[in-house]
Design a protein around this ligand. Structure first.
Ligand SMILES: [Zn+2]
Length: 137
């Protein structure tokens, strides 16, 4: 398998390596949206969020939180975004599950051009809530 994250995981040296144990690896993104932009990656190869077994999520998220708080303190950020791009349509570019921790500062304009939608009478919030509820099981 030709996966850039698996090759980072299997190598010893990475200039931006932050954390490594038998389940989780964390290192700096080579194209940061802000300095300290960090990735948290399961050692096991799952293509994306949809594939990771639910029983592994609790440990993964506990580590994600711990690393996010360290990133925030280290970068003296005012907050951070935690993002998991899932699928090509969502701008996923490496197909090995990973979360981004992006340090944020007041007025930093990292996500300046977001295009928020509005629910109205033709596209109602209720109809979307009902569609999603039907898919929960
Ligand atoms: Zn991989």
């Amino acid at each position: 398998m030709d996966c850039i994250f698996c090759s980072i995981i299997n190598k010893d040296e990475h200039e931006g390596m932050i954390f490594r144990d038998d389940k989780i690896v964390s290192f700096l993104d080579i194209r940061p949206l802000s300095y300290g932009h960090t990735l948290v990656v399961p050692v096991a190869h799952y293509t994306d969020f949809r594939e990771m077994p639910a029983d592994l999520m609790a440990d993964y998220f506990a580590q994600l939180q711990k690393i996010a708080l360290a990133v925030e303190r280290a970068t003296e950020a005012h907050g951070f975004n935690i993002i998991c791009n899932t699928g090509i349509a969502a701008s996923q570019s490496v197909f090995h599950l990973h979360y981004h921790i992006i340090p944020r500062y007041h007025d930093d304009e990292v996500f300046k051009r977001l295009n928020f939608k509005k629910y109205d009478h033709s596209i109602t919030m209720h109809s979307y809530a009902e569609k999603i509820k039907k898919q929960l099981f």
